[in-house]
Design a protein around this ligand. Structure first.
Ligand SMILES: Cc1cc2nc3c(=O)[nH]c(=O)nc-3n(C[C@H](O)[C@H](O)[C@H](O)COP(=O)(O)OP(=O)(O)OC[C@H]3O[C@@H](n4cnc5c(N)ncnc54)[C@H](O)[C@@H]3O)c2cc1C
Ligand code: FES
Length: 495
């Protein structure tokens, strides 16, 4: 945003208009409102502990007036990252509903990056002691409360479920990380530990009947499908796009609820247990696991557009990527590969509230629309797409393809003139990943792969998850749980 758009010291006027006490003692020009021709406003304030109450009322008022339009975006500027971290706590969020946070250290860093000549040479100024400002979460073992656990449709054989749970412990979770979760609720697990063979939980006695069905012993790995931020309605990303420079250094509140989208495997012990979990149950979790990714840095590497290419349930974690990437204002396109359209059809009662046509809503299409993707940016490939199913889609007809998602993506790339600032992020079955690697290599488009391996521990101890990688010309084994699961496609030993 160019500085000519700033109208200095407007905060006082803003407060006056809204009958709020004037913020006294603020340095001239320390607070301002930036406004563009459409009337969208960015409101900046410097955090001051003494004025917490004033800011609280101001931000509440901004929220009340703005509703879900996101015409005024509220930024609170902090001196250090430690300060920011304290105020981003979920339990402190009431003070700054729906505000975004900026940190002086990061702003300085950006200013040096873009205007090094004016502000000094990069590297000559001390930018704090971290170098990397985004916080990495410590791995926690905790109990998460289940908010809901529903199939996506009412059909008896529905195999796709969404489980939503409260877990402020995962507030630092970023896309590309995962959790290990116990698929039995805490109470049921305790019962089993006390009476392993008894279906009823009664101790061993002659005459009792036993349940010899296999029971999960280890936790199972799952990625996050979506994160929910208190005060940010679902669909807020549709109405908002931060300026790219600001987006990379902006922070929201920490999310406190999360959703996993999972497929119940036919003979899957854990996923069949998970689908029986009820609202109010508590489940044991370990996370966040896997490598921390700072997606905001991808822009620094010249990436402006990200293509999410997902096969089957592999699309689920890419939605969380989409959510974060949209926040950092990357351009997004999604390519969904599925076997049958009907497996993704929501039954009306389960369709999200923002679905335009609840009778004909499709799982990934609705969710991707909810995080701000336009219909023209969503493409679907389906192995058997008959004409009856076509009419339900709310995407342009040309965005449907009968066949494999890799075919659709290859022809999309062929039709593209320029592809220098694109990155592909993908997840799905192995043959799809290998085919996509051949396509992206041919077009010289960088690709990141989210690998899924069977995992027993999730923390690098059991070696059940190894894959072969090739780094600096040397082939070796890598543990997907600790070095991944997100890998540079170049590093994977595809042979
Ligand atoms: C990092 C990571 C993230 C994941 N995220 C998701 C997600 O978001 N949604 C989702 O639905 N699933 C996800 N999975 C896969 C999920 O972990 C498995 O589907 C689940 O563990 C199966 O458990 P189960 O007890 O039902 O199956 P099991 O009873 O353990 O196995 C049943 C059958 O499925 C096969 N199987 C089990 N797990 C895998 C696997 N990972 N790869 C290939 N074959 C397997 C087994 O070989 C066996 O034949 C993820 C896996 C990883 C490693
Ligand atoms: S799951 Fe145990 S080492 Fe990766």
């Amino acid at each position: 945003m160019d500085t000519g758009q700033f109208d200095d010291s407007e905060l006082t006027r803003y407060a006056e208009k809204r009958h709020l006490p004037k913020p006294d003692g603020l340095a001239e020009g320390a607070d301002f409102v930036a406004e563009n021709d459409d009337g969208h406003k960015l409101l900046f304030c410097f955090y001051d502990k003494e004025k917490e109450d004033f800011f609280k009322r101001l931000s509440n008022r901004a929220l009340e007036e703005d509703k879900s339009k996101f015409r005024t975006i509220w930024f609170l500027v902090f001196l250090t990252h430690e300060e920011i971290a304290k105020c981003r706590q979920v339990d402190k969020a009431d003070s700054w509903p729906r505000g975004f946070f900026l940190c002086m250290e990061e702003i300085t860093e950006k200013a040096l990056e873009f205007h090094g000549d004016t502000f000094g040479h990069p590297g000559t100024v001390c930018l704090g002691n971290k170098g990397d400002h985004r916080f990495r979460g410590k791995i926690k073992h905790f109990k998460a409360e289940v908010m809901r656990n529903d199939p996506v449709s009412e059909k008896d054989d529905c195999e796709h479920f969404k489980i939503r749970f409260k877990a402020p412990e995962l507030k630092y979770m970023v896309p590309g990380q995962f959790v290990m979760l116990d698929t039995l609720p805490v109470e049921k697990r305790l019962l089993l530990e006390e009476a392993p063979l008894s279906a009823t939980g009664k101790p061993f006695e002659y005459g009792n009947t036993f349940d010899l069905k296999p029971v999960s012993f280890l936790k199972r790995p799952f990625s996050i499908h979506r994160a929910f931020y208190r005060y940010f309605d679902s669909g807020y990303l549709r109405n908002m796009s931060l300026p790219p420079t600001l987006a990379t250094i902006s922070h929201t509140h920490f999310p406190d609820e999360f959703e996993i989208f999972y497929k119940v495997l036919k003979n899957g012990v854990g996923t069949n247990e998970l689908k029986a979990v009820k609202k109010g149950d508590r489940i044991q979790m370990l996370g966040p696991l896997g490598q921390f990714q700072d997606l905001s840095k991808w822009r620094g590497n010249g990436i402006e557009e990200v293509h999410l290419v997902g096969g089957g349930v592999g699309m689920a974690p890419l939605v969380f990527f989409g959510q974060a990437l949209k926040f950092y204002s990357f351009k997004l396109k999604a390519f969904i590969g599925i076997d049958r359209m009907e497996t993704l059809l929501y039954s009306a009662p389960f369709a999200p509230t923002f679905a335009e046509d609840k009778e004909n809503a499709y799982v990934y299409i609705e969710t991707l629309s909810g995080i701000g993707l336009r219909p023209e940016d969503i493409r679907v490939s389906c192995e058997s797409l008959n004409n009856t199913e076509w009419k339900y889609g709310r995407l342009p007809d040309v965005n449907y393809h009968e066949g494999l998602v890799t075919e659709q993506y290859a022809s999309y790339l062929e039709g593209l003139g320029k592809m220098s600032k694109i990155l592909v992020v993908t997840c799905g079955p192995q043959p799809m990943l290998s085919a996509l690697w051949r396509i992206t290599s041919k077009f010289d488009v960088p690709m990141k792969v989210l690998l899924e391996k069977r995992m027993a521990c999730g923390i690098g101890v059991c070696l059940s998850c190894v894959c072969r990688i090739r780094k600096n010309g040397v082939r070796r084994y890598s543990r997907v749980c600790t070095e991944g699961p997100l890998f540079d496609a170049k590093e994977i030993d595809w042979e």
